[in-house]
Write a protein that binds this ligand. Structure first.
Ligand code: UDP
Length: 323
């Protein structure tokens, strides 16, 4: 089996590549290194059965060739991270919409199964906890940059399902809820790598808003296992699955936990959303996945709990800081 991973030098993509290689699959990665990095795939380059091309998914000819050469396609290439999305909305919308169009079209020509990674952001401001795949979605207005990410990924979902319905392209959609672990960078605003870096360098830990907002964090190792199982399963075509963890923690408690686990002298500071992102920024108070569907379909169980996740991230960041 040979898998093409778009965005395979990114945080989740590189973990997926590693897991596929470990079970004996061959892997080709296409990544433009916009948010990914060569460092993420440095170890993989030494392994047989691994190849990579540094280029854009929008390079249609190259992508078509790489799709031809693969049995299945994991489409992870996307503009991600709330900070990046707010700061570069044109890039977010273009990358997410056009990239997915190109991938689906190339895959449809050869009927190669595609797994599209989507996001819990599509649930928007919904307060019906936990979020289920068939729920109505509550997206904010178009003059607030954050929602462009949710809408672009939602259009990707619509398009993928349209290719399934109209062209019989096998597709499966995974809505990822705050996936975390080593190699995730804090550069684009993600909370756990940001807090861990701040704590390890004894700089202020920046809590946005009141810190009472809650999140659930899925460990990347559990998440990539689910992506592989969803790709392998026969009856997932045309379906959407939540993937993540159901255990909630407030961002304030997360900051305290990181401080404690690192033995840091950092102060906790509270920064208004308007200063952290943009004026009028809207955050979600809670976001919890209903995992019934993915549990029933592939027997998914989030095994890694937050303390272990944080320990892994702390160890990784300690090494990075020394390098
Ligand atoms: N956050 C924070 N400090 C930071 C980065 C993020 O308090 O330095 C908050 C952010 O406002 C959100 C939560 O942590 O409420 C998770 O943010 P992240 O960007 O990791 O993911 P999101 O859930 O927003 O997609």
């Amino acid at each position: 089996m040979k898998a093409l991973i778009t965005g395979g030098a990114g945080f989740i993509g590189s973990h997926l590549a590693e897991a596929l290689l470990a079970r004996g699959d061959r892997v080709a990665v296409l990544d433009n290194l916009s948010t990914g990095s060569m460092q993420n795939i440095r170890e993989l380059k030494k392994q047989g059965g691994f190849e990579y091309v540094i280029d854009d998914v929008l390079n249609q000819r190259l992508l078509a060739e790489m799709v031809d050469d693969a049995d299945v396609v994991y489409h992870l290439a996307a503009a991600v991270g709330v900070k990046l999305v707010v700061e570069s909305p044109v890039r977010t919308i273009k990358t997410n919409l056009e990239g997915t169009q190109v991938v689906l079209e190339a895959a449809a020509k050869k009927r190669k199964k595609v797994l599209l990674t989507s996001t819990s952001e599509v649930y928007g401001k919904s307060t019906r906890i936990p979020f289920s795949e068939d729920d109505d979605l509550l997206i904010g207005p178009s003059n607030k940059g954050r929602w462009s990410y949710a809408c672009s990924k939602l259009m990707d979902e619509f398009l993928a399902i349209a290719y399934w319905k109209e062209r019989k392209l096998p597709v499966v959609i995974a809505r990822l809820f705050n996936t975390v672990g080593p190699r995730q960078t804090g550069r684009y605003g993600m909370v756990i790598p940001s807090f861990v870096r701040q704590a390890l360098t004894n700089k202020p830990i920046t809590i946005y808003g009141s810190g009472k907002q809650q999140r659930t964090f899925g460990y990347v190792g559990d998440v990539v296992g689910a992506l592989m199982a969803l790709m392998d399963a026969k009856d997932t075509q045309g379906e959407i699955f939540n993937i993540g963890n159901e255990v909630e923690i407030s961002i304030e408690d997360l900051a305290k936990l990181v401080k404690k686990m690192t033995g840091s002298r950092s102060k906790l500071v509270y920064i208004p959303y308007d200063d952290a992102y943009e004026a009028g920024f809207e955050d979600m108070p809670r976001r919890v996945p209903n995992l019934t569907k993915v549990k029933q379909c592939i027997g998914y169980q989030p095994r890694t709990q937050l303390a272990e996740t944080l320990q892994n991230v702390i160890e990784y960041e300690r090494v990075q800081l020394k390098a």
